[in-house]
Every structure is written in structure tokens, then in C-alpha cells.
Design a protein around this ligand. Structure first.
Ligand code: AMP
Ligand code: MG
Length: 425
């Protein structure tokens, strides 16, 4: 059977992403927003610090009173009170006096500097309030005072829409007064494995069966991409069964990923089923592995659309086509830039590679730092490059890209590598 022309990778990606928009946003408790994407810019609801406060455990003083202090001839000040964090000052600092302050305490009026306890004769740690304190060093005005608004002012811009909510973002949002944030909904991604030979994980294998590893790896890839996997099990290679499973799957998911049954075999029914229940937009991309990728969409009863991916069943092809096509879609649906999140590096091949001309190859490589050339990498083939060789995939740090037109590359060729072992927001 001769299929349609192979689509160049960029064209396939552009067609797939053309109509994909971020999912609607909703208000979410801050603690539940970890890993999700801000749907709007975040601004400060508070000024922080709200008032001048002490950066140290020590004594609030008037700088001018301390200017003559030395370790040999300390300046002695009367201690007239104390302010702890969370308490309003009840007393001011006047000439010749000091107020003991704890870190984060509001600065009492009259004071313009703090001398830390280590620079006085007062004992550090828990101690009763002394009547006097000897200051051993001069402290300039402003010393160890955290000024009101020195972190943020109410209305300041903090984080852009599209930013991922990291633990650090949670810290700043909480400090800025946000108990809830507007984030995009996580995509729900249905996963269906097709094949008579497949057995669910943990069940005894028949004489002609293998574990459904794609179901497991795709669910893990979906989760790693910040989306929610919905396992829809295994469908045998029967048009009616596959069709029923897809029709059930689209009811409640944003994306359906079907693995296997998408090539030119006598029982490869997935493309036909996609055409029956919706539209098949493209099939066959000029890549290796993963050529028989199919993409389409189907209307849902609620008026929306479910995006449908038919990924080739070979485990490495399934993994790589998810990385190249499904992951960008999930990022876009989540509200992130589709192409972000991966680091690309340049590396020199340590051995020659062969490939099919006319298809861009993604080869599993292990990276090693090039000791002779700082900042450069050496790329070793991680093992056999067959689409069924999972053992090499597991050892790989990345995918080395070999251009369409080449039939291979010599040892020493510089190649671009997509690092799979590093993810950046
Ligand atoms: P297919 O794309 O259905 O022709 O399958 C290609 C190869 O991938 C065959 O050797 C299948 O047994 C294998 N395969 C298909 N689906 C899976 C799966 N879910 N888990 C592991 N291997 C699979
Ligand atoms: Mg199959």
C-alpha cells in the first residue's frame, strides 16, 4: 500500500498546533496550583515588608549615639523596652536609649539603625531584658533595617501569565497575599493500547503475549508533562472494539492517545476509526522512528473537541512521537509555550550512524562531557537504534537529531541533542 507523502516534521507540528488553545482557567487554592500555569499576571496585593523592621536580633538605636563606639570604649545605652515580631512597639527610642528587637520586629519610632546582639555585651539567645547595653561598634543610619516595601509594593507586577507555579512562585504568591490563583485546567489525557498481544501489567502472559508497556510509559509521560492520564485499557485489534473504546474515551478527555494499529498492517484499524468518529488530519511524518503517526479530532457530545493521536506501537516510536508531538500539545493546553521545557545541546558523535534518507532521525544517545573542550558534549549511541529497543532508550540522556537529507553521519559530526534528562519550566 502506498500512503500519502511523508509530511515534514515542522509542517506536521504546525498543523497539529494550529487550533490548539489553552484550556479555560479557574480559581484554585494556592497549595493545589503547584505545577500548573498562571492564566493571568500576578501582582502584589500587599506591600512587603509592610513596615520598617529589624533584620537582626539586637538593639534598635539612634545611629548618632553609636558613632564614637569602639570595642575598647563601648557606648553604653539605657534599654527602655523590647519589641518582638508580631507586636506593635509600645515605646520610642530617645537620645541615649535602646530598645531590644527581635528579627522581623517593627522598628520603634526614633530608631534609625539596629546593632546586632553580637556587637554588644548582651548575651545572645534567651535572656532577660538588661537595663543597659554596651555597643562596641558604630552603626550607620539604616544598618540592619529592612525598609517597608523593599521586597514588593502593593500593585507591583510579580509573575507573568504563562509562568509555572513552582515552590518559589508559591512562596512569593503567598507572601503577596494570594490565597487562590487563576490557573489553566490540567488536560485529561485518555490512553488506549491496541493489540491482541498485549497483557495488562501484573497479569500472567500467554504464549504469544507481551506486557502493555506503552500504556505505562505514555501514562508516565502524560504525568511528567503536567497533565492527568486516564487509563482506558487495552483494545484488541478489532475495528468495532477500537471504535467503542475511542467513543467512550472522547466523552471525558481533552486528548486521546492510542498506541499501535496505525501503520499499514492488515489489522491496523486506528486511522479508519479516527475518520469514522471525527476527522483524520494527517498521517505519516518524515521522521525515524515514528513515521506512521496519525492525528485528528472528534466532536464530543458536550460541544467540545477531543484531539486524537494514533502513535505507532513500537515502544521507542511511541515514546519519541509523544515527545515530539503530544507533549507540545499538552504544554499549549496547560497554558505554556508549546516548544519550551527542553534543553538542546550540541554534541560530537563518537561513532558513525546510519539512517533512512528523507526522514529526520532521532537517535538515542548517552552524553558525556568532552574533557578536552569545556562546555561541549560527546554523544555515544545508547545501544541498538531499532524502534523496539527499549533498553537503549532507558540508558539515553537525549535524542540526537540527524537531518532528513543525510543517509547517516560520520564519527566526529556535531549534532543537536534534545536532552530528555533535564526539564525546564
Ligand atoms: P503496531 O504499531 O500495532 O503494528 O505494533 C508495532 C510493534 O509494537 C509490535 O511489535 C507490537 O507488539 C508492539 N506494541 C504495540 N503496542 C504495544 C504496547 N502497548 N506495548 C508494547 N509493545 C507494543
Ligand atoms: Mg498492533
Amino acid at each position: 500500500m502506498t500512503g500519502p507523502e511523508l509530511l515534514p516534521l515542522e509542517e506536521a507540528r504546525a498543523r497539529i498546533l494550529e487550533d490548539v488553545l489553552p484550556l479555560r482557567a479557574g480559581s484554585t487554592p494556592l497549595a493545589e496550583a503547584l505545577g500548573q500555569i498562571l492564566a493571568e499576571d500576578a501582582t502584589a496585593l500587599l506591600t512587603l515588608p509592610p513596615w520598617d523592621n529589624s533584620a537582626m536580633d539586637g538593639y534598635a538605636v539612634r545611629s548618632e549615639d553609636t558613632l564614637a563606639a569602639t570595642p575598647e570604649l563601648p557606648v553604653v545605652l539605657d534599654v527602655v523596652g523590647e519589641v518582638a515580631a508580631g507586636h506593635e512597639p509600645e515605646i520610642a527610642v530617645g537620645p541615649g536609649t535602646a530598645v531590644r528587637v527581635l528579627t522581623g520586629a517593627m522598628l520603634p519610632s526614633g530608631a534609625d539603625a539596629v546593632v546586632k546582639v553580637e556587637d554588644t555585651d548582651a548575651p545572645p539567645g534567651v535572656a532577660s531584658l538588661p537595663r543597659r547595653v554596651a555597643v562596641r561598634v558604630p552603626v550607620p543610619a539604616g544598618k540592619d533595617i529592612r525598609e517597608a516595601g523593599s521586597d514588593m509594593r502593593q500593585g507591583d507586577h510579580l509573575l507573568d501569565a504563562g509562568r509555572r507555579v513552582t515552590p518559589a512562585a508559591i512562596a512569593v504568591l503567598a507572601a503577596a497575599g494570594h490565597a487562590r490563583v487563576n490557573v489553566h485546567r490540567r488536560p485529561r489525557v485518555g490512553i488506549i493500547s491496541t493489540g491482541d498481544e498485549l497483557t495488562p501489567l501484573g497479569e500472567p502472559l500467554g504464549p504469544a503475549s507481551i506486557p502493555d508497556s506503552n500504556g505505562e510509559s505514555l501514562a508516565a509521560q502524560v504525568r511528567a508533562a503536567g497533565a492527568e492520564p486516564v487509563r482506558l485499557g487495552i483494545a484488541i485489534d478489532d475495528r468495532g472494539v477500537v471504535r467503542e473504546r475511542l467513543l467512550e474515551g472522547i466523552l471525558d478527555t481533552d486528548v486521546l492517545v492510542v498506541s499501535g494499529g496505525v501503520s499499514v498492517g492488515a489489522r491496523d484499524v486506528v486511522k479508519e476509526v479516527i475518520s469514522e468518529i471525527g476527522t483524520l488530519d494527517l498521517w505519516r511524518v518524515a521522521i525515524q522512528p515514528g513515521k506512521p503517526l496519525a492525528y485528528g479530532s472528534a466532536p464530543r457530545p458536550d460541544g467540545g473537541y477531543c484531539l486524537l493521536f494514533g502513535l505507532p506501537g513500537n515502544p521507542v516510536s511511541s515514546f519519541v512521537t509523544f515527545e515530539l508531538f503530544v507533549r507540545p500539545v499538552l504544554r499549549r493546553l496547560r497554558g505554556e509555550d508549546a516548544d519550551g521545557g527542553r534543553v538542546h545541546v550540541w554534541a560530537r558523535l563518537t561513532e558513525p550512524v546510519r539512517k533512512s534518507a528523507g526522514r529526520r532521525a532521532f537517535m538515542r544517545v548517552r552524553l558525556e562531557e568532552d574533557r578536552a573542550h569545556r562546555g561541549l558534549w560527546l554523544a555515544h549511541l545508547a545501544g541498538g537504534q531499532g524502534s523496539h529497543v527499549l533498553s537503549a532508550l532507558a540508558l539515553a540522556d537525549g535524542l540526537a537529531i540527524i537531518p532528513e537529507d543525510d543517509a547517516g553521519a560520520e564519527a566526529g559530526t556535531e549534532v543537536e541533542v534534545i536532552r530528555l534528562d533535564i526539564e525546564v519550566a
